[in-house]
Ligand binder design. Structure first.
Ligand code: SAH
Length: 281
């Protein structure tokens, strides 16, 4: 199979009667140099089992197919799904799955490669990477989100996603990708990033419930990232019907565990896990 260029991508879409759908983040890669770069950054091995989210016309899939043990490619658009099913019908190491990545049961895999549908970046990170034994991720995402993932010490960029990703993953590469490498040309700037699972993850996260609590806790305090942690925690618990802590309780718990009552954004990444643990019951 030859790599596709822009003309070919446009032509195939036209033949399939597909007008790229913004809501589905349909911006198709048209630059084979970017495909090559994605493959090289992925450090592919023959044993890799790849999860590809939103394969589109299969431009990345076709580069991978002869290099890996197995590819599970999950595509929501049924027209693209049928197209891909035909295109890869002779390969028994490719399985095209028709469905929504956020809803389907995901087969076991060790690497995720995706030019992510930009509209659902947060939910994809949530579902795929925030757990123990998460896969390696090679992702094309919005530059503004990539900037939040790579902690720069910049308060403005420090957000919920900064804490969540860095709690579970180690971001190791960020490189900008020209918008002109896609059809249609996206309005947002994009970055290619690579995330690898952290060596050691807090055993608190062995179960799903603590992970859910942690994610809820971080979402609850980060809107107040400029306030003192005790205030932010108090405000978070005000939204929780079943559990109540008074401000005094919160201050006492923090103090007892040697956490200063300083501004939310001023802690080390792993402190957020420890602090959430103190309030998990
Ligand atoms: N990887 C391809 C296509 C990228 S466009 C390329 O680089 O050319 C994003 C793709 O994700 C589209 O094919 C779109 O239909 C698909 N998609 C969007 N939302 C999805 C979802 N929730 N689950 C699975 N696929 C989705």
């Amino acid at each position: 199979m030859n790599p596709m260029n822009r003309r070919e991508v446009e032509l195939i879409l036209k033949n399939l009667n597909i007008k790229p759908n913004k809501k589905l983040g349909q911006n198709f890669l048209t630059d084979k140099n970017i495909t090559k770069k994605i493959i090289s950054v992925s450090e592919i091995s023959q044993n890799d089992i790849i999860l590809e989210i939103g394969p589109g016309l299969g431009i990345i899939t076709q580069e991978l197919v002869n290099l890996v043990k197995k590819i599970y490619a999950i595509e929501i658009d049924h027209r693209l799904y049928s197209y891909l099913n035909d295109k890869f019908s002779t390969y028994d190491n490719v399985e095209i799955i028709h469905g929504d990545i956020l809803k389907v049961e995901i087969p076991k895999h060790n690497k995720v490669i995706s030019n992510i549908p930009y509209t659902i970046t947060g939910s994809i990170l949530d579902k795929i990477f925030f757990r123990i034994n998460s896969p390696v991720g090679i992702l094309t995402i919005e530059k503004s989100i990539a900037d939040r993932i790579f902690l720069s010490g910049d308060y403005k960029n420090f957000s919920r996603i900064s804490i969540n990703v860095n709690t579970f993953m180690k971001p190791v590469l960020k490189s900008s990708i020209s918008r002109n490498s896609f059809y249609p040309i996206p309005k947002i700037a994009l970055s290619l990033i690579k995330l690898i699972p952290r060596d050691k993850i807090n055993p608190f996260f062995l179960e799903k419930e603590p992970i859910d609590f942690f994610l809820k806790f971080i979402s609850g305090i980060m809107p107040y990232k400029n306030r003192n942690i005790a205030n932010a925690i108090e405000l978070f618990f005000k939204t929780q019907k079943d559990i109540q802590y008074t401000k005094e309780d919160i201050l006492l718990i923090l103090q007892k565990n040697n956490y200063e009552n300083k501004k939310v954004f001023n802690f080390e990444i792993d402190d957020y896990t420890e602090i959430s643990k103190l309030f998990y019951s």
